[in-house]
Each structure stands twice: as C-alpha cells, then as structure tokens.
Design a binder for this molecule. Structure first.
Ligand code: ATP
Length: 365
C-alpha cells in the first residue's frame, strides 16, 4: 500500500498560522489515538490501536509488511476514514464517531515513500505547493529551504538534485506550512545504503532541532531504533509493544517482539523463579517464571568457551565485533556476538554459555 497513493495524498501540508505564534514549528503537536479500528473489504486491518505521540516526540511504527503501519499513518493524516475509535490532535478530535476532518485541515505534514516531488515544478514551487499566496510571498519558501540546508536552490528542478537533496525538498514541502506534526512513510527507502545513513542522521538532527512531533513508518528495525524516541511494534493490526528502543530490546513484551526486533536465540527452558535450565546450562531470567519457557537470549549475552558441545560453523567479522554461528549436533544453531578479533575459528569445538545477563523467558502455550 505504501507505494500507491493518490495525487491529493502526495503531501498534505496545510496552510494556516502557527498556533503558538513563534517563528517556526513549535506548535504543541500532541497526537492521541484511541482504540482505532479500520477495515477495508476483509478483516480488520487495525484492531483497536491506541497510541500517543507527545509534543516534540519521534515515534516509529515498526512492523512486517502488511501489519497496518501505513494504514495507521494515513488514518492520522485523514487520508483514511476510521471505522471505530478516535484520533485527536492537540485535544481536538479529527477522526471519530461522525467526525472526519479533511486532511488539508489537520495541519499535518506528510512525506511519502517516493517523496512525490512534482518533476515539472521548480524546487521552490514544490516547497510552496501547500502554501497560501501570502505565505509564498512572505519568503516562507526560501526560509524553509534554508532550514533544510537547501538555501539558494529554489530555482533548480528536482531531477538536478541528489537523492538526499530531493528528500530534503520533500521534507521542506511538508514543513513549509508549519504543521503541528509530521508523518513520514518509509522516508529513506529510496536511498542507497550509504546515503541512507547520512541522510537519516541529517534528518534526525533537523527534526530534533525543530522539535516537531513526528510519526514515521519503517520496517527497518535499525531505523526505528536510531530515530525513534519510542517505537510501536506492530503485528497484524495490533501494537504488540510501545516503549523506548532500549526497553523493547532488553525486555520485549512477547516472544514475537523478541524475535522480530534484533537478533535473538530461542531455546527451551525449565524455569524455577529467576533461573531456567537450558541446553546451554543455567540462564538468569528477568522475570520469575515456573515450568516450560521459551528463553530469548541476545547474541551478545552468550559466550564461547573451549569445549565439546558444539562446533563453530561460521565466523562473521564486522570490525567493531564479530558473530560466531555455532551448531549443536541436533542441528540447533546459536549466534554469539563478541567484541574484538575472533578467538575461535571455523570448525573448532566449543561450549556455549550465558554471560549471566538476565534474559526474557516466555511461558510456553
Ligand atoms: P507495507 O510495509 O508493506 O507497506 P503496512 O504495514 O504499511 O505494509 P498497510 O499498507 O497498512 O500495511 O496494509 C495493511 C493491510 O491492509 C494489507 O493487508 C493491505 O493489503 C490492506 N489494505 C491497505 N490499504 C487498502 C485498501 N485501500 N484497500 C484494501 N485493502 C487495503
């Protein structure tokens, strides 16, 4: 869905004065989503989704393809009508029973996956597209181009700019009408890997400086973690966990989240309070459990010792650290991450142990 959209959805920036009267973007920008349900023809695509984005906060919507991320973003923008629940912006209901404020009246800026710049319009005309005549005349276009580091490029055409610059034009267009919040749909997926990291950092810095509430969609865990103050992990139309990246990584709410977010080793255990017996010996648990559990251990919480339980099958060297993929005779494999140069080579016999860090254990069944 996120690649197809109608022209009127290319960029929903809105004309209108800044609500707090300051020079830029620091309008309140509180978004509250309460029990939102959305369906198209079939089953519910959003199943009672609740979420908030605080003023100035960056919230990532992270999840696999088809989980409903884009539909949620488009619902906030007003490009989709919700079936149940409520969406408020700064305390005013914009979607709810009998209420659907038009996208252009929500004062929300949106940047789509393909940026959707108009190729036949100059950069300045692209940025001024959602502005009223007064704003265009007042120098707002050039001011916004300066803001995103593209001052003086207003007469150029999008095709003459680099991918990173085009991305900033799309951002400028969304920011020009001083939106209360920004919505970004996979904003970096058009860029190749090296440029993506650079542009991501630039955009991160810019949005942090501007202090504009931002909700963005990504299926890239790293992007969600790097940019998101909080991350909403979505699966099949529900939010499985909404928390800071560190909380999600260290204390995932479910086995599914643990597996989806970051690398995870899964193994069966028999829990007795804060410890579980497993194939690799005793493992500490973050929460006391009893009986059969699935234990999730991050690769950096495993260590290798000389031994005879398993064999190093592969070593992946990353510079800052390395990962050993270790195979047990029954075919089970573990990823073990350690800093520095590899101590064990491919083919060597080893034993895998926990480093004692608490891991998550999820009751089976
Ligand atoms: P992706 O990362 O692939 O873009 P997503 O998490 O953003 O996925 P959505 O685009 O929100 O997922 O789609 C969620 C579900 O809703 C999918 O099953 C999709 O086919 C369906 N869907 C989305 N828009 C429509 C529509 N206009 N009509 C019918 N079904 C739709």
């Amino acid at each position: 869905m996120s690649t197809t959209h109608q022209l009127d959805g290319h960029m929903t920036g809105t004309a209108g004065p800044p609500s707090d009267g300051d020079s830029g973007h620091r309008t309140a920008g509180l978004i509250t989503i309460d029990s939102v349900v959305k369906r198209f023809d079939g089953p519910d695509v959003l199943r009672s989704v609740s979420l908030d984005a605080q003023p100035r906060e960056m919230v990532a919507l992270l999840g696999p393809s088809g989980c409903g991320k884009t539909t949620l973003l488009r619902s906030i923008a007003g490009l989709e009508r919700i079936d149940r629940g409520r969406i408020d912006i700064d305390g005013t209901t914009v979607s709810g029973p009998g209420i659907h404020v038009r996208p252009e009246d929500r004062r929300i800026g949106m940047v789509f996956q393909d940026w959707a710049l108009f190729p036949h319009l100059s950069v300045g005309a692209n940025v001024g597209y959602g502005l009223g005549r007064d704003d265009r005349r007042s120098g707002r276009v050039e001011e916004t181009l300066e803001l995103v580091g593209l001052g003086g490029l207003g007469d150029r055409y999008p095709s003459t700019l680099s991918g990173g610059q085009q991305q900033r034009v799309a951002l400028a267009r969304a920011l020009a009408p001083r939106p209360r919040a920004l919505l970004l749909d996979e904003p970096f997926s058009n860029l190749d890997t090296n440029l993506r990291i650079q542009v991501r950092t630039e955009v991160h810095r810019l949005l942090t400086e501007l202090g504009v509430t931002t909700v963005f969609v990504t299926h890239d865990q790293e992007e969600a973690f790097v940019l998101g103050d909080r991350v909403a992990v979505m699966n099949a139309g529900v939010i499985e966990q909404l928390a800071t990246p560190a909380t999600i990584y260290e204390t995932p709410a479910s086995r599914w989240v643990a597996d989806f977010v970051g690398e995870a080793n899964l193994l069966e255990g028999d829990a007795h309070g804060h410890r579980a017996s497993t194939l690799i010996g005793s493992v500490n648990l973050d929460v006391a459990r009893t009986g059969a559990v699935d234990v999730v251990i991050r690769p950096e919480h495993l260590v290798l010792e000389p031994g005879h339980d398993a064999v190093v099958e592969l070593v992946e060297y990353y510079g800052h650290d390395h990962v050993s993929i270790v195979a047990y005779p029954d075919g089970r494999r573990f990823r073990v991450r350690a800093t520095g140069a590899p101590r064990f080579e491919r083919g060597q016999s080893v034993t895998v142990r926990s480093d004692g860090s608490p891991s998550s254990g999820f009751p089976v069944g």
